[in-house]
Design a binder for this molecule. Structure first.
Ligand code: NAP
Ligand code: MG
Length: 403
């Protein structure tokens, strides 16, 4: 069989524990036999991050900015237990946080839809993707317990020496509580642009919602900045046939519940936090959730939304057969390959990515799946496959598809 040539290398970020094992299996069984592909490889495994004083994480993010597309395996974010377990110099920062900071990106979470894994809601037929604005608001607040009577004020002092602005928050007659939150125009603009880029790449309508009827300045600022970015990108959105839809957050929630899906929902930070958990649960399983970091210029990094599946890894180390679901990790690769193929204008690479995704879906839909899905499946399935058996079952279908 003639191997398919991938023109520009993908940036590859290797990771930890069970997902690292799966990562290697995916490359050996599902990619290398079919693709003539070189990657720009970075080992983000915890030991190597420690050995390089976390420089490897910075370098991998810089390479992503240079090449445009990355795929990432799940990684450990070390806490004190991990510092002991891996004998680390220190508890290094979350790699995802570091990469997000360097690329100024927004994270989008997308569920993988299967015929035999039914969402909790009958209406949901297609993915609903959430883009969460991951800066500011209540996550960067100042808050204060008011002990008793007194005046609470909002004060802004301009750096250029202008008159301070003072606004009364409340005249307290007794104890209470106050909070100050902020956001920046720059961050909201980056968020809006990342959402626009992703909607265009995925060819999906774009929704955004705030509570601007109540918060006529703060939330209205989000609405207006977002709208101005949509206006600035009107030609691109029109060319891709993408509609922008703005509504109130409570109206959006009601519509999401009765909608068939197939759109990108841009959310303010708190809404995104709450609603992404609602959607992940509603669609079925963390093992079927992918995650894409998109920067305002369209640079993308694909990964699984789940972690390194530590419990399964320890079972694996004890020599036990695990049944870990590789679906989201496979889709990280196919997402990256499809994006690479689009940018390189190599339709055969895009077609390979789609064939591999189809092979995964058909494998599970035919009743061959890992243990986590057997309980969610309709009709229920008794037998489950091991980690390796599942990947080999996908390979068989992929080979059949590619002739
Ligand atoms: P996790 O890896 O997401 O796994 C939690 C549990 O969810 C697993 O024990 C397993 O349940 C189930 N699960 C998750 N993914 C699965 C899959 N692919 N197949 C089958 N079952 C799956 O979370 P964790 O074990 O709490 O965290 C482990 C490490 O991951 C932590 O060190 C954390 O820092 C890191 N993490 C990394 C990322 C990332 O890189 N993006 C994200 C989150 C967490 P059962 O045990 O019941 O089978
Ligand atoms: Mg949450």
């Amino acid at each position: 069989m003639q191997k398919i040539h991938v023109k520009t290398p993908l940036v590859e970020m290797d990771g930890d524990e069970m997902t690292r094992i799966i990562w290697q299996m995916i490359k050996d069984e599902l990619l290398k036999p079919f693709l003539d592909m070189r990657t720009i490889y970075f080992d983000l495994g915890l030991k190597h991050r420690d050995d390089t004083d976390d420089q490897v994480t910075l370098e991998s993010a810089q390479a992503t900015a240079e090449y445009g597309v990355a795929v990432k395996c799940a990684t450990i974010t070390p806490n004190q237990d991990r510092v002991v377990e891996y004998n680390l110099k220190k508890a290094w920062r979350s790699p995802n946080g570091t990469i997000r900071g360097i690329l100024d990106g927004t994270v989008f979470r997308a569920p993988i839809i299967l015929k035999n894994i039914k969402p909790m809601l009958r209406t949901w037929q297609k993915p609903i993707i959430i883009g969460r604005h991951a800066y500011g608001d209540v996550y960067r607040n100042q808050e204060f317990k008011v002990p008793g009577s007194g005046k609470a004020e909002l004060v802004f002092t301009p750096t250029d020496g202008g008159e301070p602005v003072r606004l009364t928050i409340h005249d307290f007659n007794g104890p209470g509580v106050i909070q100050g939150i902020h956001n920046t125009e720059k961050s909201i603009r980056s968020f809006a642009r990342a959402c626009i880029q992703f909607a265009i790449a995925q060819k999906m309508p774009l929704w955004f919602a705030t509570k601007d009827t109540i918060s006529k300045t703060y939330h209205a600022f989000f609405r207006d900045v977002f709208q101005s970015e949509v206006d600035a990108h009107k030609a691109e959105l029109d060319a891709a046939g993408i509609e922008y839809f703005y509504t109130l957050i409570d109206d959006a929630v009601a519509r999401v519940i009765r909608h068939e899906g197939g759109f990108l929902w841009a959310c303010m930070n708190y809404d995104g936090d709450v609603m992404s958990d609602m959607l992940a649960t509603g669609f079925g399983s963390l093992a079927l959730m992918t995650s894409v970091l998109v920067n305002p210029d369209g640079i993308m990094e694909f990964e699984a939304a789940h972690g390194t599946v530590q419990r399964h890894y320890y079972a694996h180390l004890r020599g036990e057969k695990t049944s870990t679901n590789a679906t989201a990790s496979i889709f990280a690769w196919t997402g990256g390959l499809a994006r690479r193929g689009e940018l390189d204008e190599t339709p055969d690479v895009v077609a390979f990515a789609k064939a591999l995704e189809a092979a995964v879906l058909e494998t599970i839909e035919s009743g061959e799946m890992t243990k986590d899905l057997t309980q969610l499946c309709e009709p229920p399935v008794k037998r489950y496959l091991t980690t390796e058996e599942f990947i080999l079952a996908v390979r068989q279908r992929l080979e059949a598809k590619l002739g």
